[in-house]
Design a protein around this ligand. Sequence first.
Ligand code: PEP
Ligand code: MN
Length: 338
Amino acid sequence: MIITVKKEASKQEIDKLIKHFEDRNLHVTLIQGDNYNVFGLVGDTASLDEKTIRANPLVDEVTRIAAPYKKANRLFHPQDSVIDVAGIKVGGNEKIVVIGGPCSVEGESSIMEIAKDVKAAGADMLRGGAYKPRTSPYAFQGMGYEGIQCMVKAKKTTGLPIVSELMSIDKIQEFVDHVDLIQIGARNMQNFDLLKAVGRIQKPVLLKRGLANTIEEWIMAAEYIMSEGNQNVIFCERGIRTFEKYTRNTLDLSVIPIIKEKTHLPIIIDPSHATGDWKLIESMSLAAIAAGADGLIIEVHNDPECAWSDGAQSLKPERFATVIEKGKKIAQVIGRDM
Ligand code: PEP
Ligand code: MN
């Protein structure tokens, strides 16, 4: 970290500042220029808050050199992390994974049918929401534990590991017992208590990007989970809110190479919530694979018009199968399997 301090700072004031940082186990190098005093801080600066340092009227500028995240940072962990989800490997140069299934679990027979269809199409995992974060309290809120039990039955029949969203800490044991990949939804990306709670278990976590969060805020959310002990984090880009109205959100594919450069964790793409429109899913899925995504999570329903949530962005199983078929060809071009 580099801190520029005004020229008029007295020797006592400079010594006081040096002691302040040295007391925090930082190594301080002072360069006294003609117009400024420049402090170079070396060490673990992650816990320093730039805004608090700026509160000192003698401080002119604070520049962070190192990223504020450590556990997720590729700098300290150069090799790709591969996350094991019930035997399915995600990340590194492993096979690109495909997760398919409905937005919400709607009952045993319906999830069973969709599970068989996505498996036949070539999916590696089954998704299905049992606890749903809905904008309206009057909208369908999910089947709750019954929905989780339906997912477990679909897993037993198809062998597909299951992905579902955890909304509150009080359900964590239920998810540890039954769910293979615990999704933290966009709306909870900065629910820090929930992040810390999933940090204290070892189940893999699918961390969606918040509705309007920067990449750094998203990585810091992963840092919350990892700093508590759970290193099994997979990022999921699901579009961010912009001024655009033709799509539900704006899919930011540039995050794929950025997340890979800054962190060692895998990243998958959710073209369903990113676009809100089934017609855009195929092209965005292929683009995501070409850009280096480690996987896709796609909403699939056998009767989208009657889906209890997100029908407009759900693919019928046949179209989902086509996405996988075409995706395999793109994957081959970039030297990966799918
Ligand atoms: C979902 O996956 O069904 C969901 C609600 O996603 P998001 O949190 O990205 O909106
Ligand atoms: Mn949905």
